[in-house]
Design a protein around this ligand. Structure first.
Ligand code: HDD
Length: 674
């Protein structure tokens, strides 16, 4: 018999799985009380034909537990996927903050959860939406949570508006449709009336709203934070995550197909990449601003979460690298139960008075109490700090700690005064910030009133193809609205961002271009890092379909797959049937068949078999439409349309050389010039 573990719950391991709890040990099936069971398929009945007896404890326990397996999903960000990893600081932030995990060479275990915002827990991954990017750093000085998004601005400036934007974005209350979409009247009703949402809405309508992969997204802390260093000097910073693989997106049709054929697309992509050893990586960086009483930089109010500071004005300085290297062991225990909070701070990092951040400091603790069933969610394995915890919080629902002592209060003499407070300068630092003499009031500063210039800044920074995608996205979303007045109002908002954009959308909607008094400021300079096109990026973890059939030359197939593997690209042999291609020693397992594969799974195709089959032609047609690189062996190329063969991004010739050139094209993500 297995000896019960007396040591108490073990912490989450630095690299991965939460584990070591007293559950799921020993070889035999047992009741929750550890009594071994020899039967679980049949209930205890009066005779072979029943009825079931109330006495059947195993039956009642099993069904009762099942009846209570679900917990409330997150009120927002319900759909998500997560991974464990490690953050390694390079020390560049050491002069800005005394946070121990940001000192040179310090390695800190992390848990990151990516999410969509609007959809329910079972909704599709590839919908158009903002993505959450929440990181839990289990530092030696307590847990620091950076709870950000993949978009650097937010819809609202004051947390009191959060229920409004979310109610508007969620499905309509009468029929509860549409699911996980912003393409409906209530969303557009709100964002066109509450115009501080303009910049975030534009980002959502851009390619950022449909990422190719969680691995290929930037992350932003959005708010300005205050750092304090060992000398007590403070600075204001904005946090940025930069993905090593670059920022890449799907195209809209591809995202829609993926939502149907593989609703778990992003979840699968993240887990598969980690499992295959293609560990995703991000550099954490900060933009640094002097901590002046105005809390603004180059005329930009640093407390306004609808504004960015262009990187040309304040470069992002790298302070460390995060690598995700382990998948969760159990979705519910880890990904579902993890609880983030922007108020989980460590010595050296403090918040600012950004009114959105201030409101968040209330909401995240509050929401866990109903979602995770009481105030002790911090004791769940995934939420336990790796720093020693000696609080005076006691009792409550789901209390699993067994505190010693009799005096959970301070001051006390009965427990010898324990726990002691940290020495001055050793604990959390509430940075003393002088406040101006002021009046209690429900107002906003006048610096929060400009709702359009940053939307324009983003739009003019995009390449032509990205701008085209924005226009198409607005046309799609507004085209799905029923209320004419909302569409017309949306055009008046677009007219204040960019006249050409407004004209394109108006044409698509069949509406007139409105005249507005406050025409956009044409002098706004583009900011290059806001575009995601035009550079080359590493390709590891990219997926290429190698289309072959029984008549393909086995040597050609081998040369292509081995070339791709040598570049850390995953080749998936895709064939008309399952099983293997070729016989004997040449036999090659088929990864995908024409019946199971859709083009959305692949970043590029190498075609070694003529597309005689309708299903193979669909694969190719979609890849072509979605601007993916296509390679074809010389004999197969003759069967492709002439327009394709003459086009950029369609490589033909010797199979291995074709694969090599394809890897080059993959580095640019898509063949946009086609
Ligand atoms: Fe929030 C979850 C990001 C504003 C209230 N938020 C949540 C998550 C992310 C963000 C990534 C999911 C965390 C996870 O994976 O568990 N939220 C943001 C960002 C914001 C923001 C980047 C603005 C800059 N949020 C915001 C406001 C409020 C909330 C203004 C309320 C006043 N957010 C919540 C919440 C959630 C949440 C209701 C739902 C589940 C949870 O907290 O744990 O409390």
């Amino acid at each position: 018999m297995t000896k019960p573990d007396q040591s108490g719950p073990a912490p989450v391991s630095p690299t991965g799985a939460a584990g070591g709890d007293r559950s799921q040990q020993g070889e035999s099936l047992t009741t929750a009380q550890g009594t071994r069971l020899s039967e679980t398929d049949l209930s205890l009945k009066a005779g072979p034909r029943g009825p079931i007896l109330l006495q059947d404890h195993h039956f009642r326990e099993k069904i009762t537990h099942f009846d209570h397996e679900r917990i409330p999903e997150r009120v927002v960000h319900a759909r998500g996927a997560a991974a464990h990893g490690v953050f390694r600081a390079n020390g560049a932030a050491a002069n800005l903050t005394l946070a121990s995990f940001l000192q040179e060479g310090v390695e800190t275990p992390v848990f990151v959860r990516f999410s969509t915002v609007l959809g329910s827990r079972g909704s599709a991954d590839t919908v158009r939406d903002t993505r959450g990017f929440a990181t839990k750093f289990y530092t030696g000085d307590g847990t620091f949570d950076l709870v950000g998004n993949n978009i650097p601005v937010f819809f609202i400036q004051d947390a009191i508006k959060f229920p409004d934007i979310i109610h508007a974005g969620k499905p309509h209350p009468d029929r509860e449709i549409p699911q996980a979409q912003s393409a409906h009247d209530t969303f557009w009703d709100f964002v066109t009336l509450h115009t501080e949402a303009t910049a975030h809405t534009l980002w959502n309508m851009s390619d950022r709203g449909i990422p190719r992969s969680y691995r290929m997204m930037e992350g932003f802390g959005i708010h300005t934070f205050r750092l304090v260093n060992a000398d007590g000097r403070t600075s204001l910073v904005k946090f940025h995550w930069k993905p090593r693989l670059g920022v890449h997106s799907m195209v809209w049709e591809e995202a829609q197909i993926a939502a149907g054929v593989d609703p778990d697309f992003h979840r699968r992509d993240l887990a598969d990449a980690i499992e295959s050893g293609a560990h995703p990586e991000w550099t954490l960086g900060v933009q640094v601003f002097p901590d002046t009483p105005e809390q603004e930089f180059e005329g930009i109010d640093l407390l306004d979460p609808t504004k960015i500071v262009p990187e040309e004005l304040a470069p992002v300085q790298p302070i460390g690298v995060m690598t995700l290297n382990a998948n969760p062991t159990n979705y519910f225990a880890e990904t579902e139960q993890v609880a983030f909070h922007p108020g989980h701070l460590v010595p050296g990092i403090d918040v600012t008075d950004d009114p959105l951040l201030q409101g968040r400091l209330f909401s995240y603790l509050d929401t866990q109490i109903s979602r995770l069933g009481g105030p002790n969610f911090g004791q769940l394995p995934i939420n336990r700090p790796h720093a020693p915890v000696n609080d005076m919080l006691r009792d409550g629902m789901h209390q699993t700690a067994v505190p010693t002592g009799v005096a959970p209060y301070k001051p006390n003499s009965l427990d010898g005064g324990c726990p002691f407070t940290a020495a001055a300068g050793d604990g959390f630092i509430d940075v003393p910030v002088p406040l101006p003499a002021t009046t209690k009031q429900r107002t906003r500063p006048s610096s929060f009133e400009d709702h359009f210039s940053q939307a324009r800044l983003f739009y003019v920074s995009l390449s032509a193809v990205e701008q085209e995608h924005v226009a198409l996205a607005y046309t799609f979303e507004l085209g799905k609205c029923y209320e004419q007045a909302i569409k017309e109002r949306a055009l008046t908002v677009l007219a204040r961002i960019d006249r050409t954009l407004c004209e394109r959308v108006a044409t698509g909607l069949g509406l007139a271009v409105p005249e507005v008094e406050d025409e956009p400021d044409g002098s706004i300079e583009p900011s290059a890092p806001l575009s995601q096109v035009g550079q080359e990026w590493p390709v590891d973890g990219r997926i290429v379909a190698v289309v072959a059939d029984d008549d393909t030359d086995p040597t050609a197939l081998e040369s292509v797959t081995s070339l791709l593997e040598s570049r850390s690209v995953l080749p998936l042999v895709t064939a008309p049937h399952g099983g293997t291609l070729f016989d004997g020693e040449d036999a090659v397992p088929v990864s995908r068949t024409f019946d199971t594969a859709r083009s959305v799974e692949f970043d590029a195709l190498v075609v070694l078999a003529p597309p005689t089959d309708e299903r193979a032609r669909r694969l190719l047609d979609e890849a072509w439409r979605h601007h993916k690189a296509i390679g074809a062996a010389t004999d197969v190329a003759e069967q492709l349309p002439q327009e394709w063969r003459d086009s950029t991004g369609v490589e033909t010739g010797d199979p291995q050389a074709v694969a090599e050139r394809l890897v080059g094209l993959l580095g640019k993500h898509r063949v946009w010039e086609r």
